[in-house]
Write a protein that binds this ligand. Sequence first.
Ligand code: ASP
Length: 306
Amino acid sequence: MKQRHPLALIVHGGAWDIPEECVETNRAGMLKALASGWQILEKGGTAVDAVEHAVMSMEDDETFDAGRGSFLNAAGEIELDASIMNGKTFRAGAVAAVQTVVNPISVARVIMEKSDDILLVGMGAARFAREHKLKMCGMDDLIIEREITRWRSRQTAQKPGSGKDSFRRKRGDTVGAVALDVAGTIVAGTSTGGIPNKYPGRVGDTPLIGCGTYADNEVGGVSATGWGEGIMKVVLAKSVIDAMARSGGDPTEAAKEGIALLKKKAGGLGGVIAVSREGKVGHAYSTPRMARAFVTSEMKSPIVLV
Ligand code: ASP
């Protein structure tokens, strides 16, 4: 009989200075995302489906900076980045600075599965989504009042594109998920609206394979969040995978190593979640808080931490 692999799923809703009054909505969003992915894994479904659904749940949830409710760029528009990688097929898909799509993670998935390309940007990504009959929306449909208010206050307070310092200290509710399914396939996915008031066309680490997202069935899977410009410089997700390979598969140690590297080399803050090929989950962050939740087939009930 073929051996069944342990199941594991971990999700995050970003690493930042989450204020006390946002803790409950973060917890609820984490649990909902976890449940939507876990019910797929439990029924013998694939890690790709589990990650896509968990991330979609957070993209649809205004609490997070992904899909609906994302930060606005300096022009007052939403531009979304997302990526997904399958550790078995070693294929990946990603979108950057895409507009008018409801779930960027789904566009990334279809690129991964149906295209020879990995990363489509802007109008090309939207055109691909339309051609593949994915859910489209108007330019303003994902914008919410909270973000209009934030955008207005930034116009007087900050130069466009100078999100770096505020990020390093605080905000960032990017979302991500990593899953291990019954067939032993590991998939990682990440989705974001980027940083508040970003320069139009600015792309962070999230859609870059190896930076925001990485999966390799021989080692594990990782999703990262935090200061994108720093994460890109240390190729954070792949660095965590390499650390996991070196440490014999310990995702917590590897996650800590990655976060220390981000700080040491780039002076950046952030968080990572990881799953090892044995089904162990790990997480680490250097920001005041990080929203995350996880469950494995070894656990009696899920754990949510904010
Ligand atoms: N890493 C994302 C970016 O720089 C932001 C985040 O993780 O919150 O676009």
